[in-house]
Design a protein around this ligand. Sequence first.
Ligand SMILES: Cc1ncc(COP(=O)(O)O)c(C=O)c1O
Length: 222
Amino acid sequence: MHIGSQVFEVSAFEKAFQKLPELVKTLRDQGHTVSRLDIGGGFPIQYSDESLLDLKAYAEWVRDIIVPLETEIIMEPGRFLVGNAGGLLTRVISVKETDEIDFLITDGAMNDLIRPTLYDAFHEIEAVKSPATSKTYSVTGPVCESGDMFGHDRSLPDMTAGDLCLIKSAGAYGFCMASNYNSRVLPAEILVYGEKYQLIRPRQTLEDIINVEKVPEWVENL
Ligand SMILES: Cc1ncc(COP(=O)(O)O)c(C=O)c1O
């Protein structure tokens, strides 16, 4: 069972759970073994100022409705566990000022974190340097696509090329949805724990992308 993502109304889970005892009974009456129930994910995380789920109520419904069915229970709260643990660190390539909008163009792009492009998802954006003067930017990637955008109307310090910019809450549906679109290499992944940090996946190289491509012999001989 999985009823959706970023589910803020905790009672929706109770409604969904209530359907499971009858379903399990029907299946068992028909002679099927129901040894495992997967009750999905959907716990919201804070991308901005969203309120979090009442997990105590959720746990009580698991205890009262699901546990009595005597199955193994699987949960999938992936985003809840890792979403806010990850950030996409980008470097400003250039600032483009127009009469209406100032664009901050970063070296991160829609291929690295596609959520804003794909479904207009909101991610907080922070400058790594401490705020001085505050300006408003549209933060974009450098890919030649109008959707290559991380956020509009974002208040940041006065930024210049070379400054670092952090796109927050990129730990879920970030790297796993990243692609080589536009032959852009996948970013490096760094694990940070307090003062410790380590490269856990090196930045991909163009050779990594090209080396796996095979040219058919009959094309080579054309
Ligand atoms: C079957 C299933 N399980 C789990 C999830 C994860 O949901 P979330 O990341 O919102 O917890 C999804 C995503 O939609 C899903 O389709």
